[in-house]
Design a protein around this ligand. Structure first.
Ligand code: NAP
Length: 333
């Protein structure tokens, strides 16, 4: 039975990767950082099939210890301080986790067994002020946030360990990918959740930053499949994972509210609080290399993605409201 270690298993991609690898017959070991309240919602349905180990990308020894005890074949480094906006508020922490955390994991692999394969979650945010359209593996980088800068360090240190120590270390340069498990602070999920709350009468509107910027948005389960495919190559190399289409936040909002028979403009306000010090205006990826080499294709269109997210949030909000009503009833009764 092959064994994989996943950092960031409690996050969106980590939870889908865990599902995907369990279906493929892997033993899956998830690295979870200690929190005062459990944070395993996205993997609760898998918990009996996973091995969860306490560890943190800040903590070198915890990573070495996990690798020594489980001797995995593959490590997927999906953990990060992953929210661009937060990276201006916490630039040092972002650098520690999203950048140096990659070196800590690579060093752990080097110390325990350099034959362990390593995947790094690189990001289209490294292209930032884009230098070429569409963006491909050879496009020069120009990050525009502490997050993008930290990811670029992680990307280059992965290449450096591959070249310095002949390790199987590769990066997926992933463009945005979403799902019902996306964090509520990310714009797509904030929109789908708002649309659902408006529909259920819980709220009227919410403030957003610049929704005119465009992104290449795909479906997260497609992307974890691509990451795994990259790890099955004989020789490591980096690939762009993207759909090759770009859409604005406004288009996402129109589709989300339109799906519920509403106008997005009636429910969205603009607030300077959500504007970024430096913006990435337009991203569109070119996935032709991974398509041609590995046969990877996205399976969900942009329109389907929006519908999947809104439908899931309709159910979630209905549950949340029912629970709130029950709790209120208990308090008054
Ligand atoms: P996510 O949902 O925000 O998950 C991030 C994960 O990292 C969580 O499990 C989090 O744990 C963990 N983490 C944070 N700090 C840690 C630390 N110090 N030590 C160990 N674990 C830590 O992110 P995602 O959307 O799944 O993305 C997965 C990876 O792909 C990230 O590296 C992200 O930057 C990158 N990426 C994502 C996209 C995208 O569109 N989703 C695009 C390009 C690249 P807690 O649950 O405890 O917070």
């Amino acid at each position: 039975m092959p064994c994989a270690v996943i950092t960031g298993i409690t996050g969106q991609d980590g939870s889908y990767m865990a599902e995907f690898l369990l279906e493929k017959g892997y033993k899956v070991v998830g690295v979870v950082r200690r929190t005062s309240t459990e944070n395993n919602g996205r993997i609760a349905h898998l918990q009996d099939d996973l091995v969860l180990e306490p560890g943190d990308l800040h903590d070198q020894f915890s990573l070495i210890d996990i690798l020594q005890r489980h001797r995995p074949d593959e490590v997927y480094n999906l953990a990060a301080q992953s929210f661009v906006a937060a990276s201006w508020r916490q630039p040092v922490l972002t650098g520690e986790v999203t950048a140096l955390g990659v070196t800590r994991m690579l060093e752990a692999i080097r110390a325990v067994d350099p034959a362990i394969k390593f995947y790094q979650a690189s990001s289209s945010e490294m292209f930032g002020m884009v230098q070429e359209w569409p963006q491909r593996e050879s496009t020069p980088f120009y990050p525009r946030s502490p997050y993008g800068v930290a990811k670029l360090y992680g990307h280059w240190i992965t290449i450096n360990y591959r070249e310095s120590y002949r390790m199987f270390a590769c990066s997926g340069i992933c463009f945005n990918h979403e799902s019902p498990r996306r964090g509520l602070e990310f714009v797509t999920r904030k929109l789908s959740y708002l649309a659902a709350r408006v529909h259920h009468g819980a709220v009227q509107s919410a403030p957003f930053g610049d929704l005119t910027t465009t992104r290449d948005w795909g479906y997260a389960p497609d992307y974890v499949r691509g990451m795994w495919m990259m790890m099955q190559r004989d020789e490591p190399r980096d690939y762009v994972l993207a759909t090759g289409e770009t859409h604005s936040g406004l288009e996402f909002a129109d589709l989300a509210f339109g799906h519920l028979g509403r106008n997005a403009s009636d429910h969205i306000t603009t607030s300077e609080d959500f504007l970024r010090p430096a913006e990435v205006v337009h991203l569109i990826g070119d996935p032709s290399a991974i398509r041609e080499d590995l046969g990877w294709e996205p399976s969900v269109t942009f329109e389907e993605l929006v519908r999947i997210m809104v439908d899931a949030d309709l159910d979630l909000v209905a549950d949340e409201l029912a629970h709130a009503e029950l709790a209120a009833g208990r308090r008054s009764g």
